[in-house]
Design a protein around this ligand. Structure first.
Ligand code: SAM
Length: 287
């Protein structure tokens, strides 16, 4: 049986040189090129509907809650008084959905380079975005996040870079220049968090980001969460701020979480604090 026959009916992720992730395609729902990247949506018996961009898993119905909860609630509960949030990327709507659960957040701007991701996520993955795209607090801007950040404009209490990996259109979101502009677009005690890959598989990506954060922020580092379809171990989320956000005590986080009044499936105040405890192999990636 040829490799092609063997892999028929499977989505094969080629993100890593020596490691492939194969996900059964029980039903292919969409497969086409947008103007920017190849967009596929298929159903897998274990993970539900899955969105891939250029054959790299972006989001699955089954495990997206881990990633979206940890990338949104950790900076927002740490900050304690976030009113404005910028999401770079995030076209599937999951990050906006979680951010908008915070009633104190008055404005969310999503800067997404590919309108096709938004359009097809609304159509094929409506559960990921929930009602986010109908929330009047959300403004969607179709642009390269790097261009948006470079421009003069409003500042944000929290900036979440919910991008693809540093390939294709995502490359511009992993540069020192981008991080420098992001810092300028933060309020004085604002928090920047970034999707920074799986350090066991992409160690250089994390070190490069943290080297830039070390030069930019008083408090810099990363925290971890394990998302099953981001294969290779726990994923790192870059963290940078000049404010006291990370100092929020467990008791303070518990109070803020209780006052927020919503349920989560992965995030808890205890998980929040523990996420910053790094195993040796990750800690040693810090510059
Ligand atoms: N959770 C995923 C992850 O951790 O890899 C990210 C999912 S989200 C769909 C990634 C989004 O980033 C995509 O919609 C993609 O179009 C967008 N994106 C990539 N490069 C971008 C850029 N330079 N500016 C704005 N959005 C970008």
């Amino acid at each position: 049986m040829s490799e092609r026959d063997l892999m028929a009916g499977w989505s094969v992720e080629l993100l890593h040189d020596d490691f492939r992730q194969c996900l059964r395609e029980a039903t292919l729902l969409y497969d086409s090129e947008t103007a920017i990247q190849r967009l596929r949506v298929f159903r897998n018996p274990t993970f539900g509907r899955i969105l891939t961009l250029d054959n790299v898993v972006q989001v699955t119905e089954g495990d997206e809650f881990v990633y979206h909860e940890m990338m949104s609630h950790v900076p927002i509960f740490s900050h304690g008084a976030a009113r404005s949030v910028l999401i770079v990327g995030g076209g599937d709507g999951g990050m906006a959905r979680e951010v908008l659960r915070h009633k104190g957040v008055e404005r969310v701007v999503m800067v997404e380079i590919d309108p096709g991701v938004i359009e097809f996520s609304k159509r094929y993955l409506p559960g990921i975005g929930g009602g986010a795209f109908d929330d009047p607090r959300l403004e969607v801007v179709i642009a390269d996040g790097a261009d948006y950040m470079k421009a003069d404009g409003e500042r944000f209490d929290v900036i979440i870079v919910d991008s693809t990996d540093p390939i294709g259109p995502g490359v511009t979101l992993f540069t020192d220049s981008f991080y420098g502009h992001a810092k300028r677009r933060l309020t004085p005690e604002g928090v920047l968090v970034t999707q920074n890959g799986v350090p066991f598989m992409q160690p250089g990506e994390l070190t490069n980001t943290l080297r830039a954060f070390k030069a930019l922020f008083r408090d810099w580092g990363c925290y971890l969460a394990t998302i099953p379809t981001y294969v290779g171990g726990p994923m790192a989320m870059g963290w940078g701020t000049d404010g006291p956000a990370r100092d929020a005590s467990l008791e303070t986080l518990k109070t803020r979480y209780a006052e927020a009044g919503f349920e989560t499936r992965y995030y808890t105040p205890e998980v929040h604090k523990a996420a910053f405890a790094l195993p040796g192999y990750v800690a040693r990636l810090r510059p």
